[in-house]
Design a protein around this ligand. Structure first.
Ligand SMILES: C[S@@+](CC[C@H](N)C(=O)[O-])C[C@H]1O[C@@H](n2cnc3c(N)ncnc32)[C@H](O)[C@@H]1O
Length: 399
């Protein structure tokens, strides 16, 4: 099969800079761009749920290992235009697949569509798979096989209008799977979302931090990782790039073994929940992350809990409206507002909720309101500043 030598293709180990794409959740693009800048990314541009940047192989490894708000890091390697299946097949056939894959290796292709010309993401992925397999068969009589669970090479096909981009997935399993969460409460928060929320809150990583409804502990664990400069990738067993033919093991080892500065003073980080069973899970997860001594977990209802220090950040996601009985929602959010006013003067309180209606029952003035998505649920991440004397003023208003 003829390979078009002018096409932009993957060409073995990279010494220079190349384009990368970091995927994230909607609403976290700004914090992710900031993180990418802090690890040396160049040419940073934000899209919806993605941040584009450029850098070297070292940056690609670092991005996977150090970015807290990225879900995966992709490396574009080939582009062409197609408006129908035939053009898609022909376009994908122009890439020299033997530069990326061997016939005794396995691969998987995922498709993402935003195009009027194609309908099914599974079908477009199949078309490209056919192009890969047919090219190998024609050249060697053998073909690499498809393995969707643990392939040697993971490929993403992205079609926007008629622009088709093939990207190598350098992460493999989504980066939110840090590796510390063996126990999950009924509604655990995604680790990437939790890290993004903490960053959006502007917590200084020094003052007291409290999650009063901590469930399996995701928020305090992510906060402790940040405060202690622990890279999120430290607990993970594998990244997809480790199976690439040009994987530089020495370079990755160097990044993995770098010293990460400990803070001079450990901030007070508290996770609390009404359920003893759930707190046991949070403790186990923190232990998996070697952070059990850095987080104070307590069994307590929000109503009965008092902060240890004056001022700090309170950050939590209360049970979803769907899980609470409808009649109780008003009472629950009214209680949240009352307790915040009563016990948390000097704190910034941040809450993630999908129950937009219920927010008005807190009786507090919303200072910030950020749209985030918790899975498919559209949520608001809201900030209340609890001033000293809020309660007194509230009291005066009432009586
Ligand atoms: C949506 S979950 C939090 C999930 C958590 N962020 C995680 O990642 O696992 C809400 C938690 O609030 C707790 N909860 C409900 N009512 C409470 C109350 N009055 N006081 C303290 N915790 C409460 C529940 O036990 C539940 O674990």
């Amino acid at each position: 099969m003829e390979i078009d030598s002018d096409d932009k293709g993957y060409s073995g180990p990279d010494s220079g800079s190349f384009e990368m794409v970091a995927k994230t959740f909607r609403g976290l693009e700004d914090v992710l761009a900031g993180e990418i800048e802090s690890i040396g990314g160049q040419n940073i541009r934000k899209g919806t749920r993605v941040v584009f940047f450029s850098g070297t192989t070292e940056l690609l490894y670092r991005a996977n290992f150090q970015l807290r708000t990225a879900l995966r890091i992709l490396k574009p390697f080939f582009e062409f235009r197609a408006k129908n299946e035939d053009e898609l097949y022909k376009g994908a056939s122009r890439f020299n697949w033997s530069s990326l894959l061997l016939e005794n290796k396995t691969f998987a292709i995922d498709g993402v569509l935003s195009s009027p010309y194609f309908n099914h993401s599974k079908y477009i992925a199949l078309k490209v798979k056919d192009a890969v397999v047919d090219q190998f068969r024609a050249a060697t009589g053998m073909r690499p096989s498809v393995d969707t669970v643990d392939p040697d090479i993971r490929i993403n096909l992205h079609i926007s209008e008629d622009k088709c981009t093939l990207l190598l997935d350098s992460s493999g399993e989504s980066l939110h799977k840090r590796g510390y969460r063996s126990e999950a409460s009924p509604a655990p928060l995604n680790e990437v979302l939790a890290a993004g929320m903490i960053m959006l809150s502007g917590w200084d990583r020094k003052s007291p931090f409290i999650d009063p409804m901590c469930g399996s502990g995701t928020i305090p664990i992510e906060a402790a990782m940040m405060a202690h400069n622990i890279p999120p990738g430290i607990y993970r067993n594998q990244y997809a790039f480790e199976k690439w033919p040009d994987f530089d093991g020495e370079l990755f080892k160097k990044i993995f073994n770098e010293d990460y500065a400990e803070p001079v003073l450990s901030p007070s980080i508290t996770g609390s929940d009404i359920s003893p069973r759930i707190i046991a899970m949070a403790r186990k997860n923190a232990k998996n992350a070697f952070l059990n001594k850095k987080i104070d977990f307590t069994i307590s209802s929000f109503e009965e809990m008092f902060p240890a220090g004056e001022g700090g950040v309170l950050l939590f996601n209360p049970p979803y409206g769907e899980r609470l009985k409808k009649d109780n929602i008003k009472a629950f959010y009214t209680l949240i507002g009352d307790i915040l006013k009563k016990n948390y003067a000097g704190y910034s309180a941040w809450m993630l909720t999908s129950n937009l209606e219920a927010l008005k029952y807190t009786g507090l003035r919303t200072e910030k309101r950020i749209v985030l998505y918790n899975g498919p649920l559209e949520c608001r991440f809201v900030k209340y500043t609890i001033y000293k004397g809020s309660r007194k003023n509230e009291f005066k208003k009432k009586y």
